[in-house]
Design a protein around this ligand. Structure first.
Ligand code: ZN
Length: 109
């Protein structure tokens, strides 16, 4: 989706699984996405999202493991949510419980 398509969409009654990419496009995991749309947030993640250019010329997303994980360990990434400046980071609380939890899923940038 382009930023304009995201802006024009109505999200009020839907769970959103949007992932913003560095070229300004957005992946909507609810539209043709896969089970990775359910990847939870942690302030101490064991995975990260890495962009790469696909053979079709589109920017794609890989989820890469950052360290060894146990067979029953949950996979998670740091959402680093981009939020409107008018909203406080406390509006997006984190309950990951990891050491060093920053208390919000919002980006610290
Ligand atoms: Zn946390």
């Amino acid at each position: 989706m382009t930023p304009a398509e995201v802006e024009a969409s109505t999200w009020d009654s839907h769970l959103t699984y949007l992932f913003g990419l560095s070229d300004g496009t957005v992946i909507d995991g609810a539209q043709g996405g896969n089970h990775l749309r359910h990847l939870n947030h942690s302030c101490n993640p064991n995975c990260e999202a890495v962009e790469r250019w696909g053979k079709d010329g589109t920017l794609q997303l890989d989820i890469v493991i950052l360290r060894d994980v146990l067979p029953d360990e949950e996979l998670c990434i740091d959402y680093s949510l981009s939020i409107d400046d008018a909203q406080p980071v406390e509006a997006y609380p984190c309950a990951c419980g990891s050491p060093g939890c920053r208390g919000t899923m919002a980006s610290q940038d």
